[in-house]
Design a protein around this ligand. Sequence first.
Ligand SMILES: Nc1nc2c(c(=O)[nH]1)N[C@@H](CN(C=O)c1ccc(C(=O)N[C@@H](CCC(=O)O)C(=O)O)cc1)CN2
Ligand SMILES: NCC(=O)N[C@@H]1O[C@H](COP(=O)([O-])[O-])[C@@H](O)[C@H]1O
Length: 217
Amino acid sequence: MSSRQYNLTVLISGNGSNLQALIDACASSILPNTRIAHVISNRKAAYGLERAAKASIPTTYHNLVPYKKKHPQTDEGTAAARMEYDAELANIITSLDPQPDVIVCAGWMHILTPDFLNPIANAGIKVINLHPALPGEFAGAGAIERAWEAGKKGEIKRTGVMIHEVIAEVDAGEAIVTEVVVLKEGEGLDELEERIHKVEHGLIVKGTRLTLEKIKK
Ligand SMILES: Nc1nc2c(c(=O)[nH]1)N[C@@H](CN(C=O)c1ccc(C(=O)N[C@@H](CCC(=O)O)C(=O)O)cc1)CN2
Ligand SMILES: NCC(=O)N[C@@H]1O[C@H](COP(=O)([O-])[O-])[C@@H](O)[C@H]1O
């Protein structure tokens, strides 16, 4: 890897254990010359914001509610609010100095529209996402529970985790790295979630490193 400093912006919505994995990796030699320059949450109470503050990482709480209040509570109004929210989120990120090389969605529970994706792509910034399922399976929220339910029915013997490029279609972007998690007979949902989260913490660092290495070439 070259000696240039690489900058990440991490998007979160909750506990931030995957953010913490990235913070720890940047502090070690696992992600050399890489720093998390900004963390953005769409939820004020996200513990990940505290994790970022403890690591002296600047944070932003980007709240959808004010945008929704400016528009009627109709499908059209909600769509308009989300477009404005997403456009401003892109503006926040492209206004950062320096701009990030990569945006990492680490438990970011908001579907990003082209009003975000297009200006970010135009700025040459990659967007990647952690999803607790394998390519083409269980897209969207609640993937772990849906996989667990499918396993109980005998429909699948394994699930997994992937880091993928973010495109408009949710969880359909090209996989950067995947890891299979074999299901265990009679295992509870909590136990599966714990095993999957452990895999996530390693894969989000590996997927970020692979993405940065592609940029460096
Ligand atoms: N355009 C894209 N946006 C996002 C992607 C993506 O691949 N393309 N990945 C997601 C992360 N994600 C799964 O990995 C995911 C997160 C949230 C949802 C969802 O249904 N969100 C609802 C709100 C849910 C809530 O607030 O609890 C919504 O946005 O209306 C689906 C998939 C990140 N974004
Ligand atoms: N569709 C995306 C998705 O469901 N992501 C899920 O959000 C969690 C965030 O945990 P964290 O806040 O502790 O990193 C992750 O564990 C992941 O399974």
